[in-house]
Design a protein around this ligand. Structure first.
Ligand code: SF4
Ligand code: SF4
Length: 131
């Protein structure tokens, strides 16, 4: 007999998914895993999870995704968002995950100012340590 796996929004971690979708404004279930986001991400090689894998874990309601480094490596360049054939703004999903992780005190980012940095770099860095 073949085992059946039934996955639905109700059977998954609905409150967590709801929060991600509220913060990002995106429907993570729209993703059909084509991988175009990951193929176009210039930072993918430095990520522990590829952008499409982040989406997949979210679809499965896996809160463990909050411990991933990928959202922190993400530079919010929007390449993934413009490439997605399903209109999923992956960059906004990454931002939502950073926000949720910050609220749980899970930021792995440490800002050290031992040399002058451009103002925009400072603003970008602070967004990764401030909930
Ligand atoms: S926004 Fe982030 S995840 Fe998307 S392509 Fe740019 S670096 Fe990669
Ligand atoms: S490009 Fe869009 S549909 Fe394709 S894997 Fe990425 S998020 Fe999913």
């Amino acid at each position: 007999m073949v085992a059946e796996l039934r996955v639905s929004r109700e059977s998954l971690n609905a409150p967590f998914l709801q929060r991600v979708e509220e913060l990002s404004g995106q429907n993570v279930f729209a993703c059909y895993q084509c991988g175009k986001c990951s193929a176009g991400c210039l930072f993918a090689e430095h990520m522990d999870l590829l952008p499409n894998q982040v989406l997949r874990l979210l679809q499965l309601g896996d809160e463990g995704v909050l411990a991933a480094r990928a959202p922190w490596v993400c530079a919010a360049c929007l390449a993934c968002s413009v490439r997605c054939p399903k209109g999923v703004d992956v960059a906004r999903v990454m931002e939502a995950l950073r926000q949720l992780a910050l609220r749980r005190g899970l930021s792995p980012v440490e800002v050290k100012l031992d040399r002058p940095v451009p103002q925009i770099a400072l603003v970008g860095a602070m967004r990764k340590v401030t909930p």
